[in-house]
Unconditional design. Structure first.
Length: 462
Protein backbone atom coordinates (compact mmCIF):
# COMPACT_ATOMS: atom_id res chain seq x y z
CA UNK A 1 0.00 0.00 0.00
CA UNK A 2 1.48 3.38 -0.95
CA UNK A 3 1.99 6.20 1.54
CA UNK A 4 -0.32 8.45 -0.45
CA UNK A 5 -3.14 5.90 -0.22
CA UNK A 6 -2.59 5.42 3.53
CA UNK A 7 -2.83 9.16 4.12
CA UNK A 8 -6.02 9.43 2.10
CA UNK A 9 -7.46 6.56 4.11
CA UNK A 10 -6.40 8.34 7.31
CA UNK A 11 -8.24 11.49 6.26
CA UNK A 12 -11.38 9.50 5.42
CA UNK A 13 -11.33 7.78 8.81
CA UNK A 14 -10.90 11.09 10.60
CA UNK A 15 -13.77 12.70 8.70
CA UNK A 16 -16.10 9.81 9.60
CA UNK A 17 -15.17 10.05 13.29
CA UNK A 18 -15.73 13.81 13.29
CA UNK A 19 -19.18 13.33 11.78
CA UNK A 20 -20.03 10.78 14.49
CA UNK A 21 -18.83 13.29 17.15
CA UNK A 22 -17.53 10.46 19.31
CA UNK A 23 -14.85 12.18 21.41
CA UNK A 24 -13.44 8.96 22.88
CA UNK A 25 -13.04 7.33 19.47
CA UNK A 26 -11.42 10.49 18.09
CA UNK A 27 -8.98 10.55 21.03
CA UNK A 28 -8.03 6.89 20.59
CA UNK A 29 -7.69 7.33 16.84
CA UNK A 30 -5.39 10.35 17.14
CA UNK A 31 -3.23 8.79 19.85
CA UNK A 32 -2.66 5.74 17.62
CA UNK A 33 -1.30 7.75 14.67
CA UNK A 34 2.23 8.84 13.87
CA UNK A 35 3.04 12.39 14.93
CA UNK A 36 3.73 13.41 11.32
CA UNK A 37 0.37 11.99 10.21
CA UNK A 38 -1.48 14.02 12.83
CA UNK A 39 0.38 17.14 11.70
CA UNK A 40 -0.76 16.38 8.15
CA UNK A 41 -4.35 16.09 9.36
CA UNK A 42 -4.06 19.53 10.95
CA UNK A 43 -2.75 20.98 7.70
CA UNK A 44 -5.55 19.25 5.78
CA UNK A 45 -8.33 20.25 8.19
CA UNK A 46 -7.37 23.65 9.65
CA UNK A 47 -10.90 24.11 10.97
CA UNK A 48 -10.31 21.22 13.40
CA UNK A 49 -6.70 21.99 14.40
CA UNK A 50 -7.44 23.10 17.98
CA UNK A 51 -9.84 20.16 18.49
CA UNK A 52 -7.18 17.73 17.27
CA UNK A 53 -4.65 19.07 19.77
CA UNK A 54 -7.23 19.09 22.57
CA UNK A 55 -8.20 15.46 21.95
CA UNK A 56 -4.68 14.05 22.19
CA UNK A 57 -2.65 13.13 25.23
CA UNK A 58 -0.70 16.21 26.25
CA UNK A 59 2.69 14.65 25.53
CA UNK A 60 1.72 13.69 21.98
CA UNK A 61 -0.05 17.02 21.48
CA UNK A 62 3.20 18.83 22.32
CA UNK A 63 5.13 16.60 19.90
CA UNK A 64 2.71 17.51 17.11
CA UNK A 65 2.58 21.20 18.01
CA UNK A 66 6.33 21.73 17.80
CA UNK A 67 6.57 20.51 14.18
CA UNK A 68 3.71 22.70 12.89
CA UNK A 69 4.19 25.95 11.00
CA UNK A 70 4.13 29.06 13.17
CA UNK A 71 0.83 30.27 11.67
CA UNK A 72 -0.89 27.00 12.68
CA UNK A 73 0.70 27.15 16.15
CA UNK A 74 -0.54 30.70 16.67
CA UNK A 75 -4.08 29.81 15.58
CA UNK A 76 -4.17 26.81 17.91
CA UNK A 77 -2.99 28.82 20.93
CA UNK A 78 -5.63 31.47 20.21
CA UNK A 79 -8.38 28.84 20.03
CA UNK A 80 -7.44 26.69 23.04
CA UNK A 81 -8.92 27.47 26.46
CA UNK A 82 -6.39 28.92 28.97
CA UNK A 83 -5.97 25.70 30.98
CA UNK A 84 -5.21 23.70 27.84
CA UNK A 85 -2.78 26.36 26.61
CA UNK A 86 -0.99 26.19 29.97
CA UNK A 87 -0.78 22.39 29.73
CA UNK A 88 0.58 22.52 26.20
CA UNK A 89 3.18 25.24 26.85
CA UNK A 90 4.41 23.54 30.01
CA UNK A 91 4.77 20.25 28.16
CA UNK A 92 6.75 21.71 25.26
CA UNK A 93 10.56 21.37 25.44
CA UNK A 94 12.07 24.67 26.58
CA UNK A 95 13.84 25.34 23.28
CA UNK A 96 10.71 24.73 21.17
CA UNK A 97 8.62 26.84 23.53
CA UNK A 98 11.15 29.68 23.27
CA UNK A 99 11.23 29.45 19.46
CA UNK A 100 7.44 29.83 19.43
CA UNK A 101 7.27 32.66 21.95
CA UNK A 102 9.98 34.76 20.31
CA UNK A 103 7.81 35.04 17.17
CA UNK A 104 4.90 36.56 19.11
CA UNK A 105 4.33 40.21 20.09
CA UNK A 106 5.79 41.05 23.52
CA UNK A 107 2.39 41.72 25.11
CA UNK A 108 1.18 38.26 24.08
CA UNK A 109 4.38 36.64 25.38
CA UNK A 110 3.89 38.28 28.77
CA UNK A 111 0.41 36.79 29.07
CA UNK A 112 1.48 33.31 27.96
CA UNK A 113 4.47 33.25 30.31
CA UNK A 114 2.05 33.75 33.21
CA UNK A 115 0.53 30.36 32.34
CA UNK A 116 3.81 28.51 32.83
CA UNK A 117 4.80 26.62 35.94
CA UNK A 118 7.34 28.55 38.06
CA UNK A 119 10.26 26.35 37.01
CA UNK A 120 9.32 26.43 33.30
CA UNK A 121 8.80 30.19 33.50
CA UNK A 122 12.28 30.62 34.94
CA UNK A 123 13.84 28.54 32.16
CA UNK A 124 11.89 30.33 29.41
CA UNK A 125 12.75 33.80 30.68
CA UNK A 126 16.39 32.74 30.85
CA UNK A 127 16.36 31.55 27.23
CA UNK A 128 14.51 34.66 26.03
CA UNK A 129 17.25 36.76 27.64
CA UNK A 130 19.79 35.70 25.02
CA UNK A 131 20.18 37.53 21.67
CA UNK A 132 17.69 36.39 19.03
CA UNK A 133 20.22 34.71 16.74
CA UNK A 134 22.37 33.19 19.49
CA UNK A 135 22.82 29.56 20.46
CA UNK A 136 21.23 30.44 23.81
CA UNK A 137 17.84 30.69 22.10
CA UNK A 138 18.21 27.15 20.74
CA UNK A 139 19.44 25.30 23.80
CA UNK A 140 17.33 23.12 26.05
CA UNK A 141 18.03 22.46 29.74
CA UNK A 142 16.55 18.97 29.40
CA UNK A 143 19.71 16.85 29.37
CA UNK A 144 21.43 14.33 31.63
CA UNK A 145 24.50 15.54 33.49
CA UNK A 146 26.56 13.30 35.77
CA UNK A 147 29.50 13.90 38.09
CA UNK A 148 32.95 12.87 37.00
CA UNK A 149 33.49 10.79 40.15
CA UNK A 150 30.27 8.76 39.80
CA UNK A 151 30.43 5.08 38.99
CA UNK A 152 28.74 3.57 35.94
CA UNK A 153 26.16 1.98 38.23
CA UNK A 154 25.27 5.37 39.74
CA UNK A 155 24.99 6.88 36.26
CA UNK A 156 22.62 4.15 35.04
CA UNK A 157 20.40 4.61 38.11
CA UNK A 158 20.36 8.37 37.49
CA UNK A 159 19.39 7.83 33.83
CA UNK A 160 16.49 5.58 34.83
CA UNK A 161 15.31 8.23 37.27
CA UNK A 162 15.44 11.34 35.08
CA UNK A 163 15.92 10.05 31.53
CA UNK A 164 12.27 10.24 30.52
CA UNK A 165 12.34 14.05 30.84
CA UNK A 166 15.54 14.46 28.83
CA UNK A 167 15.66 15.70 25.23
CA UNK A 168 18.09 12.89 24.41
CA UNK A 169 19.90 10.15 26.30
CA UNK A 170 22.16 9.22 23.42
CA UNK A 171 24.86 11.40 24.96
CA UNK A 172 25.55 11.96 28.68
CA UNK A 173 27.32 15.11 29.85
CA UNK A 174 30.01 15.03 32.52
CA UNK A 175 30.54 17.93 34.94
CA UNK A 176 32.60 18.54 38.05
CA UNK A 177 31.30 19.65 41.44
CA UNK A 178 31.33 23.30 40.27
CA UNK A 179 29.07 22.56 37.30
CA UNK A 180 31.91 23.06 34.83
CA UNK A 181 31.75 20.97 31.67
CA UNK A 182 34.33 18.17 31.55
CA UNK A 183 33.39 15.87 28.66
CA UNK A 184 30.52 14.13 26.91
CA UNK A 185 30.16 10.40 26.62
CA UNK A 186 27.93 8.20 24.48
CA UNK A 187 25.42 5.98 26.27
CA UNK A 188 26.91 2.98 24.45
CA UNK A 189 30.21 3.42 26.26
CA UNK A 190 28.46 3.57 29.62
CA UNK A 191 26.39 0.45 28.97
CA UNK A 192 29.45 -1.53 27.91
CA UNK A 193 31.60 -0.41 30.84
CA UNK A 194 31.98 -2.26 34.14
CA UNK A 195 29.41 -1.09 36.75
CA UNK A 196 32.06 -0.20 39.34
CA UNK A 197 34.16 1.88 36.94
CA UNK A 198 34.24 5.64 37.50
CA UNK A 199 33.15 8.00 34.72
CA UNK A 200 36.50 9.77 34.94
CA UNK A 201 38.14 6.56 33.71
CA UNK A 202 35.90 6.30 30.64
CA UNK A 203 36.03 9.84 29.25
CA UNK A 204 38.56 10.59 26.51
CA UNK A 205 38.63 14.43 26.63
CA UNK A 206 37.58 14.61 22.99
CA UNK A 207 34.62 16.97 22.92
CA UNK A 208 33.16 19.98 21.11
CA UNK A 209 31.23 22.75 22.84
CA UNK A 210 29.16 25.73 21.77
CA UNK A 211 29.27 29.04 23.56
CA UNK A 212 25.87 30.35 24.60
CA UNK A 213 26.54 33.59 22.71
CA UNK A 214 27.68 31.92 19.47
CA UNK A 215 25.69 32.71 16.34
CA UNK A 216 23.22 30.01 15.34
CA UNK A 217 24.86 29.74 11.92
CA UNK A 218 28.12 28.84 13.69
CA UNK A 219 26.30 26.01 15.47
CA UNK A 220 24.91 24.78 12.15
CA UNK A 221 28.39 24.62 10.63
CA UNK A 222 29.84 22.82 13.67
CA UNK A 223 27.07 20.20 13.55
CA UNK A 224 27.68 19.63 9.86
CA UNK A 225 31.44 19.29 10.22
CA UNK A 226 31.33 16.97 13.24
CA UNK A 227 28.33 14.71 12.56
CA UNK A 228 26.75 15.18 16.00
CA UNK A 229 23.15 14.78 17.14
CA UNK A 230 23.60 17.08 20.15
CA UNK A 231 26.25 19.46 21.46
CA UNK A 232 26.76 20.97 24.93
CA UNK A 233 26.37 24.72 25.46
CA UNK A 234 28.63 26.49 27.96
CA UNK A 235 29.11 30.07 29.12
CA UNK A 236 32.37 32.03 29.19
CA UNK A 237 33.32 30.29 32.46
CA UNK A 238 32.75 26.81 30.97
CA UNK A 239 29.61 26.22 33.06
CA UNK A 240 27.29 23.75 31.32
CA UNK A 241 24.00 25.55 30.60
CA UNK A 242 22.20 23.23 28.20
CA UNK A 243 22.42 21.34 24.93
CA UNK A 244 21.48 22.02 21.32
CA UNK A 245 20.05 19.16 19.28
CA UNK A 246 20.26 18.58 15.55
CA UNK A 247 16.51 19.03 14.96
CA UNK A 248 16.67 22.63 16.19
CA UNK A 249 19.72 23.34 14.03
CA UNK A 250 17.92 21.98 10.96
CA UNK A 251 15.03 24.39 11.57
CA UNK A 252 17.52 27.27 11.83
CA UNK A 253 19.21 26.21 8.59
CA UNK A 254 15.85 26.16 6.81
CA UNK A 255 14.94 29.62 8.11
CA UNK A 256 18.35 31.05 7.16
CA UNK A 257 18.04 29.53 3.68
CA UNK A 258 14.58 31.07 3.17
CA UNK A 259 15.83 34.44 4.41
CA UNK A 260 18.85 34.40 2.09
CA UNK A 261 16.73 33.46 -0.92
CA UNK A 262 14.38 36.39 -0.21
CA UNK A 263 17.30 38.80 0.09
CA UNK A 264 18.93 37.47 -3.06
CA UNK A 265 15.66 38.22 -4.83
CA UNK A 266 15.96 41.88 -3.86
CA UNK A 267 13.58 42.14 -0.89
CA UNK A 268 13.85 42.25 2.87
CA UNK A 269 13.55 38.90 4.64
CA UNK A 270 9.93 37.97 5.42
CA UNK A 271 9.50 37.08 9.09
CA UNK A 272 6.24 35.18 8.60
CA UNK A 273 4.63 33.02 5.90
CA UNK A 274 3.89 34.85 2.64
CA UNK A 275 0.14 34.14 2.66
CA UNK A 276 -0.16 35.15 6.34
CA UNK A 277 1.58 38.51 5.93
CA UNK A 278 -0.67 41.61 5.67
CA UNK A 279 -0.40 43.23 2.23
CA UNK A 280 0.78 46.55 3.72
CA UNK A 281 3.61 44.81 5.57
CA UNK A 282 4.55 42.91 2.42
CA UNK A 283 4.53 46.21 0.53
CA UNK A 284 6.92 47.76 3.07
CA UNK A 285 9.26 44.78 2.81
CA UNK A 286 9.51 45.15 -0.97
CA UNK A 287 9.28 48.87 -1.61
CA UNK A 288 12.51 49.89 0.15
CA UNK A 289 14.74 47.75 -2.05
CA UNK A 290 12.81 48.75 -5.17
CA UNK A 291 13.39 52.43 -4.38
CA UNK A 292 17.10 51.81 -3.74
CA UNK A 293 17.43 49.90 -7.01
CA UNK A 294 15.42 52.53 -8.89
CA UNK A 295 17.68 55.31 -7.61
CA UNK A 296 20.66 53.21 -8.65
CA UNK A 297 19.26 52.71 -12.14
CA UNK A 298 18.80 56.50 -12.41
CA UNK A 299 22.60 56.66 -12.53
CA UNK A 300 22.34 54.71 -15.78
CA UNK A 301 20.41 57.60 -17.31
CA UNK A 302 23.03 59.99 -15.93
CA UNK A 303 25.79 57.94 -17.55
CA UNK A 304 23.89 57.89 -20.85
CA UNK A 305 23.59 61.67 -20.65
CA UNK A 306 27.32 61.99 -20.08
CA UNK A 307 27.94 60.16 -23.38
CA UNK A 308 25.22 62.03 -25.24
CA UNK A 309 27.64 63.54 -27.75
CA UNK A 310 29.09 60.14 -28.65
CA UNK A 311 25.60 58.70 -29.12
CA UNK A 312 24.60 61.65 -31.31
CA UNK A 313 27.62 61.10 -33.54
CA UNK A 314 27.15 57.35 -33.78
CA UNK A 315 23.53 56.42 -33.12
CA UNK A 316 24.42 52.81 -33.88
CA UNK A 317 26.15 52.61 -30.47
CA UNK A 318 22.80 52.98 -28.69
CA UNK A 319 21.54 49.78 -30.32
CA UNK A 320 23.93 47.66 -28.26
CA UNK A 321 23.45 49.30 -24.84
CA UNK A 322 20.82 46.75 -23.64
CA UNK A 323 23.04 43.88 -24.83
CA UNK A 324 26.10 45.21 -22.97
CA UNK A 325 24.51 46.07 -19.64
CA UNK A 326 22.34 42.95 -19.46
CA UNK A 327 25.36 40.71 -20.07
CA UNK A 328 27.28 42.42 -17.27
CA UNK A 329 24.31 42.23 -14.92
CA UNK A 330 23.74 38.57 -15.67
CA UNK A 331 27.38 37.64 -15.04
CA UNK A 332 27.43 39.65 -11.81
CA UNK A 333 24.20 38.07 -10.60
CA UNK A 334 25.57 34.60 -11.35
CA UNK A 335 28.77 35.27 -9.41
CA UNK A 336 27.06 36.83 -6.39
CA UNK A 337 24.56 33.99 -6.10
CA UNK A 338 27.30 31.36 -6.28
CA UNK A 339 29.43 33.12 -3.64
CA UNK A 340 26.51 33.79 -1.28
CA UNK A 341 25.49 30.13 -1.46
CA UNK A 342 29.08 28.95 -0.93
CA UNK A 343 29.49 31.26 2.09
CA UNK A 344 26.18 30.12 3.55
CA UNK A 345 27.27 26.47 3.65
CA UNK A 346 30.79 27.25 4.80
CA UNK A 347 32.69 26.49 1.60
CA UNK A 348 34.11 30.03 1.47
CA UNK A 349 35.25 32.41 4.20
CA UNK A 350 36.46 36.01 4.07
CA UNK A 351 40.07 34.79 4.14
CA UNK A 352 39.50 33.04 0.80
CA UNK A 353 38.94 36.31 -1.05
CA UNK A 354 42.12 36.11 -3.13
CA UNK A 355 41.41 32.54 -4.23
CA UNK A 356 37.92 33.64 -5.26
CA UNK A 357 39.34 36.68 -7.07
CA UNK A 358 41.79 34.55 -9.09
CA UNK A 359 39.09 32.09 -10.09
CA UNK A 360 36.68 34.84 -11.11
CA UNK A 361 39.36 36.62 -13.12
CA UNK A 362 39.85 33.48 -15.19
CA UNK A 363 36.10 32.75 -15.32
CA UNK A 364 35.31 36.33 -16.31
CA UNK A 365 37.84 36.32 -19.14
CA UNK A 366 36.59 32.98 -20.45
CA UNK A 367 32.91 33.91 -20.19
CA UNK A 368 33.52 37.39 -21.60
CA UNK A 369 35.58 35.93 -24.44
CA UNK A 370 32.77 33.62 -25.46
CA UNK A 371 30.12 36.34 -25.32
CA UNK A 372 32.46 38.83 -27.00
CA UNK A 373 33.06 36.44 -29.90
CA UNK A 374 29.32 35.83 -30.26
CA UNK A 375 28.69 39.60 -30.18
CA UNK A 376 31.33 40.28 -32.86
CA UNK A 377 29.93 37.54 -35.11
CA UNK A 378 26.42 38.85 -34.63
CA UNK A 379 27.40 42.35 -35.78
CA UNK A 380 29.32 41.12 -38.82
CA UNK A 381 26.80 38.50 -39.93
CA UNK A 382 23.84 40.82 -39.37
CA UNK A 383 25.46 43.47 -41.55
CA UNK A 384 26.18 40.89 -44.29
CA UNK A 385 22.47 40.10 -44.45
CA UNK A 386 20.82 43.46 -43.76
CA UNK A 387 23.64 45.99 -44.41
CA UNK A 388 22.76 47.73 -41.16
CA UNK A 389 26.06 49.08 -39.82
CA UNK A 390 27.80 50.46 -42.90
CA UNK A 391 31.43 50.38 -43.88
CA UNK A 392 32.81 50.34 -40.31
CA UNK A 393 31.05 47.12 -39.34
CA UNK A 394 34.24 45.29 -38.29
CA UNK A 395 35.32 48.10 -35.94
CA UNK A 396 31.84 48.26 -34.45
CA UNK A 397 31.98 44.48 -33.94
CA UNK A 398 35.39 44.79 -32.24
CA UNK A 399 33.98 47.52 -30.00
CA UNK A 400 31.00 45.39 -28.99
CA UNK A 401 33.12 42.25 -28.49
CA UNK A 402 35.76 44.04 -26.42
CA UNK A 403 33.10 45.77 -24.35
CA UNK A 404 31.45 42.43 -23.58
CA UNK A 405 34.77 41.00 -22.37
CA UNK A 406 35.33 44.00 -20.10
CA UNK A 407 31.77 44.19 -18.77
CA UNK A 408 31.46 40.46 -18.08
CA UNK A 409 34.88 40.42 -16.37
CA UNK A 410 33.87 43.38 -14.21
CA UNK A 411 30.51 41.79 -13.46
CA UNK A 412 32.02 38.51 -12.24
CA UNK A 413 34.63 40.27 -10.10
CA UNK A 414 32.20 42.74 -8.49
CA UNK A 415 29.52 40.07 -8.03
CA UNK A 416 31.94 37.71 -6.30
CA UNK A 417 33.75 40.29 -4.16
CA UNK A 418 30.74 42.26 -2.91
CA UNK A 419 29.39 39.46 -0.63
CA UNK A 420 32.87 38.96 0.84
CA UNK A 421 33.30 42.69 1.48
CA UNK A 422 29.90 42.88 3.18
CA UNK A 423 30.77 39.87 5.36
CA UNK A 424 34.05 41.55 6.33
CA UNK A 425 32.13 44.68 7.33
CA UNK A 426 29.75 42.61 9.47
CA UNK A 427 26.75 42.82 7.14
CA UNK A 428 24.72 39.97 5.69
CA UNK A 429 26.31 38.78 2.39
CA UNK A 430 22.84 38.01 1.03
CA UNK A 431 22.20 41.76 0.96
CA UNK A 432 24.40 41.85 -2.16
CA UNK A 433 21.41 40.52 -4.05
CA UNK A 434 21.30 39.80 -7.75
CA UNK A 435 19.26 42.98 -8.54
CA UNK A 436 21.71 45.09 -6.51
CA UNK A 437 24.75 43.71 -8.35
CA UNK A 438 22.96 44.08 -11.70
CA UNK A 439 22.25 47.75 -10.98
CA UNK A 440 25.87 48.37 -10.02
CA UNK A 441 27.17 46.68 -13.16
CA UNK A 442 24.66 48.52 -15.41
CA UNK A 443 26.22 51.89 -14.62
CA UNK A 444 29.84 50.77 -14.81
CA UNK A 445 29.04 48.72 -17.92
CA UNK A 446 28.06 51.88 -19.79
CA UNK A 447 31.34 53.52 -18.84
CA UNK A 448 33.28 50.50 -20.11
CA UNK A 449 31.25 50.33 -23.34
CA UNK A 450 31.65 53.98 -24.31
CA UNK A 451 35.30 53.97 -23.30
CA UNK A 452 35.88 51.08 -25.69
CA UNK A 453 33.90 52.92 -28.37
CA UNK A 454 36.08 55.99 -27.95
CA UNK A 455 39.20 53.82 -28.13
CA UNK A 456 38.27 51.91 -31.31
CA UNK A 457 36.03 54.38 -33.13
CA UNK A 458 37.85 57.64 -32.48
CA UNK A 459 38.39 59.52 -35.74
CA UNK A 460 36.14 56.95 -37.46
CA UNK A 461 32.63 57.50 -36.14
CA UNK A 462 33.43 59.65 -33.12
Amino acid sequence: MSMEFENEELKDQFEKLVQKEDVLQIRDFLNDQNISDVAELINEFPEYESQIISNMSIHRAASVFKILDFSAQKTIIQALPPFKTAELLNELPADDRTSFLEELPSEVVKELIKLLDPEERKVTLSLLGYPESSVGRLMTPDYIAVQIDWTVQEVLEHIREVGKDSETIDVIYVVNDKGEFVDDIRIREIILASPDKQIGEIIDDRFITLNVHDDQEVASQIFKMNNRVALPVVDDKNILLGIVTIDDVLWVAQEEFSEDIQKIGGTEALDEPYLEMPIIKLFKKRVVWLIVLFLGEMLTATAMGYFEDEIAKAVVLALFVPLIISSGGNSGSQASTLIIQAMAIGEITVSDWWRVMRRELVSGLLLGGVLGLIGFCRVVLWNMVFHTYGEHTVMIGITVGSSLIGVVLWGTISGSMLPIVLKKLGADPATSSAPFVATLVDVTGLVIYFSMAYLFLRNILL
